[in-house]
Design a binder for this molecule. Structure first.
Ligand SMILES: [Zn+2]
Length: 163
């Protein structure tokens, strides 16, 4: 029995579980001293972490899903890792004041990504917008402490934007 509730009480009779060896995979097995039901606890965070690692290895790898083990394995991989497509990467707040930052915009399809990077090309922040405007540039720049120098080619709306 898989203990999805992740409790140390028996899902059958409610008694407190006791440790009962390990599975072949090394997972702690639990047993109810009252009714004898056996279960393993499943840590959702570890499952998710492994699924994300698997997803990223496939995403950054050279093999198609099919090459990882056939149609069935590919289908299972897609099912296990479907939630990973919904992750929106986010950067923390920029606290360091950089002397120089570089900014640019790039159109991807019908959207524009404004991006600010350090001299070493470390990404500080990005901002999606439908079109470059002073409001979009300001939305990007207000997340970064004002530097001494901003390196920028002539971008629409940038001159009117502020930190
Ligand atoms: Zn029980």
């Amino acid at each position: 029995m898989r203990n999805d509730a992740n409790t140390t009480t028996c899902l059958v009779c409610g008694q407190r579980l006791v440790k009962n060896g390990r599975t072949a995979a090394g997972t702690q097995r639990w047993r109810c001293p009252d009714c004898g039901a056996s279960s393993v606890r499943k840590r959702v965070d570890l499952v998710r972490r492994n699924q994300l690692r698997e997803f990223l290895e496939w995403l950054h790898g050279k093999h198609s899903q099919h090459e990882l083990g056939g149609a069935s394995a590919a289908r299972q991989l897609r099912r296990r890792t479907a939630w990973c497509w919904d992750i929106e990467p986010a950067l923390g707040p920029v606290k360091t004041r950089h002397r120089v930052i570089l900014v640019d915009g790039i159109y991807i399809g019908s959207w524009c990504s404004l991006i600010a990077v350090t001299e070493d090309l470390q990404v500080l922040a990005w901002q999606w917008c439908s079109t470059e405007s002073s409001a979009a540039w300001s939305a990007l720049l207000t997340r970064i402490p004002a530097p001494e120098v901003v390196v920028c080619v002539n971008r629409p709306g940038f001159d009117a934007a502020s930190f």
